[in-house]
Design a binder for this molecule. Structure first.
Ligand code: 6R9
Length: 558
């Protein structure tokens, strides 16, 4: 990406001495400019206590954290992971890491020990920032298997567990002097893990130059403007919570609401009302839960400050779009993107008519297409309206992921003939609006979180009674899908309710509540391809009560 592109954008400065660093754009230039006393983060603790941090304060905190890293000998390109809830520290760590030129990798704090361990290990974490409780419960036992993890920094405790260091103590001792690393647009800034159908989780690498996409898309698709009070409900452990929960709103000089607690209808409406939120970015599962709570309930709150509502992560049903208009006063604008795309690619933008149920149009600068994969390895573009194919994007937009960490071949396979292939099936209507049809693969979306069935199957088969496991997303009216496992048992073990409960607990303990199956069904055997791969699609068809029909096409390894 050229500097003209960066500097041609009024929302971005570039580093004073040349180069580009997300933390400079998001924090430092505001901290030294007109927005220095503007509230950057308004953090709401679980107990309701509100703690504000101005841009100037966030500037100082992130300088200190970058100096902590420097003092520990952590250099440009090293991976700094976080495993913490939504608190001010998480934002300091994210931006301070980027200031140091290191790569920030946020983990969802509801992950269990296994997903955490896999990600720390694949990403070669050298630093982890977490809490004493999370460390003791989820990491300490596996620490010996993470030889690259040199520093574990504990945010909440001046008496950190053995093998860890107190972050508050290090922060107090660190220099508050400005210290930003002169990164270039193509230097890595972020590592975001995502799940595929098979194999280990994939670490999508994003560069500092991605900020161009973050800021342009936030303006166009979220109608976000400087000075707005803005709330993105996603956790930074998922890509939305970083691209649109940290970077885009801070670059634009907004005030970002950070709520530590989980969904609760009264709490959420209360936040929209009390903090006069102007722009709200949330997810279909949450919207459906608000719909369940009822219109009457919503009418008990003053939501007059709200100007723009948007949604991401799963298909947004037309009823939910219209419910927003009727009950909250504004329709929800659907947006589509992925961990790999780094930023919103397709949206019902502020300046266009919404088609309820559709994902909208590609944003300016994004070329989308619908393709069919060919036998020989190439793709063919489908231009006829309303024909279903795979959603593809012309490679080269600023926030395009630049690698799967350590997996060159897996990355290469995502691109064919200059297209990035998304794995989503869509159609485009005559007006150019895209409509989501389904996933081309077996990954599961539950409450907006992407879950790889393989990770769940692997955890289940570690139980001594389990021979094999096949995991699918079972349709759910609120969460879209919930994880369901079909399990065969080793000889000497018989299905029982007690064993089912044991397996549910076993999986939950290892994987965490966000990933573990909600339901387990015992089977005598699992449907397989000739080469022995479990046919999840057939399990899903059975679950849905669909006729299995001609399964010969499934009897391949495709
Ligand atoms: C940002 C994020 C990506 C997958 C994506 C698709 C699904 C996202 C959607 C949507 C229908 C939308 N998805 N937005 N499906 N309508 N507006 O969610 O990233 O966690 O990587 O998930 O989510 O299947 O391919 P990620």
């Amino acid at each position: 990406m050229s500097f003209e592109q960066i500097l041609g954008n009024d929302d971005l400065d570039g580093l004073p001495g040349g180069g580009l660093n997300i933390a400079h754009e998001a924090v430092d230039r505001h901290a030294k400019g007109r927005e220095r006393d503007t509230v950057a983060l308004r953090c709401i603790a679980k107990n309701g206590a509100v703690h504000d941090l101005t841009y100037a304060e966030l500037g100082q905190n992130t300088d200190r954290f970058a100096n902590v890293l420097r003092g520990l000998g952590v250099t440009k390109g090293e991976r700094v992971f976080s495993l913490v809830g939504r608190s001010a520290e998480l934002y300091t760590v994210a931006l301070g890491t980027m200031k140091n030129g290191s790569i920030f990798c946020p983990l969802f704090s509801a992950f269990g020990p296994e997903p955490i361990h896999a990600r720390l290990s694949i990403g070669g974490a050298s630093v982890l920032v977490t809490t004493a409780a999370l460390y003791v419960r989820k990491i300490a036992a596996l620490r010996v298997t993470l030889p690259d993890l040199h520093h574990v920094l504990i945010i909440d405790d001046d008496a950190p567990p053995p093998g860890t260091e107190s972050l508050p103590r290090l922060m107090r001792a660190a220099s508050p002097d400005a210290c930003i690393e002169a990164t270039m647009p193509d230097d890595p800034a972020l590592l975001h893990f995502t799940s595929g159908t098979t194999g280990a989780p994939k670490g999508a690498v994003h560069v500092h130059g991605a900020v161009v996409s973050h800021v342009l898309s936030a303006r166009v698709a979220l109608d976000l403007r400087p000075g707005d009070v803005y709330w993105c409900t996603a956790d930074p452990g998922w890509v939305t919570g970083t691209s649109y929960g940290i970077i885009a709103p801070l670059v634009l000089g907004a005030t970002v609401i950070v709520d530590e607690a989980e969904f609760d209808a009264a709490r959420w409406y209360g936040i929209l009302e009390a903090h006069k939120v102007n722009v709200w970015y949330t997810a279909p599962t949450a919207i459906r839960m608000l719909m369940k709570a009822g219109a009457e309930f919503a009418h008990g709150f003053d939501l007059s400050a709200v100007r723009f509502l948007a949604s991401v992560g799963e298909p947004l049903n037309p009823e939910a779009v219209l419910w927003g208009r009727e009950v909250l006063g504004h329709a929800f604008h659907d947006t589509w993107w992925q961990t790999e795309t780094g930023a919103i690619m397709i949206a019902n933008s502020a300046d266009m008519a919404i088609k309820p149920g559709s994902m909208g149009h590609p944003l300016p600068g994004v070329t989308a297409g619908i393709v069919r994969r060919l036998q020989g390895g190439g793709v063919e573009e489908i231009t006829t309206p309303d024909i279903v194919g795979e959603l593809a994007l012309r490679a080269g937009w600023p926030s395009m992921f630049r690698a799967y960490w350590g997996e060159a071949e897996r990355y290469r396979k995502c691109f064919v003939d200059g297209w990035y292939l998304s794995g989503d099936l869509v159609r485009r209507d005559r007006d150019g609006y895209y409509w989501f049809i389904g996933r081309a693969d077996d990954v599961i979306k539950s409450a907006g979180h992407l879950i790889g069935p393989f990770e769940v199957e692997s955890a289940l088969t570690e139980h001594p009674a389990v021979a094999e496991a096949g995991v699918i997303g079972k349709t759910d009216p609120v969460a879209m899908e919930v994880v369901k496992a079909f399990v065969t048992l080793k000889s000497g073990h018989a299905p029982s309710d007690a064993l089912r409960r044991e397996l549910l607990g076993f999986a939950r303990q290892r994987l965490g509540a966000a990933v573990a199956p909600r339901e387990i069904e015992f089977c005598a055997d699992l449907p397989k391809t000739r080469s022995g791969k479990i046919m999840r699609r057939l399990l899903k068809a059975r679950e849905l009560g669909l006729l299995e029909g001609d399964t010969s096409s499934l009897e391949t390894d495709g």
